[in-house]
Design a protein around this ligand. Structure first.
Ligand code: UDP
Length: 263
């Protein structure tokens, strides 16, 4: 297990610990009494959204765990001489499920189209038969039913909450409501329920190893081309521009003495 260092990429924090270390953080939080652990899975698209959205940037900076969920972020960290392994959000959902089983805490799935979270929960329970599902709710509820959604999650006694409402809504939602829900761990999972349920396919292993998962996703969801085409060059420019500043201000810090310089 390797872990412990938090670096700064495009002004945003990134934890370089490996998957075992990150899973151990989840187990510790499920067992502990402190504040809810907000896990953010960061990719280039999110980093550029955060450059335009100060609220999202502040939420990412306040998150307890920021995982590198994209080849762009892995690339930026490597340029800094701080190699980090990609940890796809969809894979980390399983780490959270394992941690829930280990700590005998239940998991709540919120978000995605009707039926999708339930199908994802079935797949997770088939993989982890001891996993307790605290509740399931699709992500297309009317704004006026939100208090009821919140009450249901709170009353479920869930230890961990997965929120699939898309970026940045899911991060804002967790930041706004996480503390009041009594949950110990929460993560925004984007399209993970669609993938876990089999509605969308994850890239084959070879493409993942070649860092081409993004390309596979674009082929399945072609509407993303335009968004990616404008965001990726911006991310590369931002990563290079912030590199020397972040390197020389020493904003990389061990997790204990967290320091983050603004972008
Ligand atoms: N979604 C939802 N309610 C909404 C909008 C989106 O539950 O009002 C779900 C959508 O069905 C999908 C997820 O949020 O399961 C967003 O997935 P996407 O891959 O677009 O997320 P990204 O990571 O790109 O933000």
């Amino acid at each position: 297990m390797t872990g412990g260092t938090r670096i700064t990429v495009t002004g945003l924090p990134l934890d370089t610990g490996d998957g075992d270390w990150a899973e151990a953080q989840v187990r510790d939080h499920l067992a502990g009494q402190g504040a809810c652990l907000h896990i953010v899975t960061m990719n280039a698209e999110m980093a550029i959204q955060a450059a335009d959205n100060a609220d999202l940037a502040a939420i990412i900076r306040a998150a307890g765990l920021v995982l590198a969920d994209g080849s762009g972020v892995v690339w930026a960290a490597a340029r800094r001489g701080r190699p980090v392994r990609k940890m796809a959000g969809v894979a980390f959902v399983e780490a959270i499920a394992r941690a829930c089983v280990a700590n005998r805490r239940s998991l709540y799935l919120l978000g995605a189209a009707p039926g999708v979270a339930a199908a994802a929960a079935e797949v997770l329970q088939a993989r982890y038969p001891e996993l307790a599902i605290a509740g399931i709710r699709d992500g297309y509820f009317a704004p006026e039913t939100e208090p009821e959604v919140l009450a249901t999650i709170r009353e479920s006694g869930a230890g961990a909450l997965l929120v699939a409402l898309g970026v940045p809504r899911q991060e804002v939602w967790i930041s706004r409501h996480g503390a009041a829900l009594g949950i110990r761990v929460a993560m925004g999972v984007g399209g993970s329920f669609d993938v876990i349920s089999g509605r969308l396919q994850r890239a084959p292993g070879l493409m993942i190893r070649l860092h081409l998962e993004w390309l596979y996703r674009l082929v399945q969801e072609p509407w993303r081309w335009k968004r990616m085409a404008s965001l990726l060059p911006r991310f590369v420019r931002a990563a290079i521009a912030s590199e020397s500043r972040e390197r020389y201000t020493g904003s990389d810090a061990p997790r204990d003495g967290r320091r983050h310089d603004p972008a």
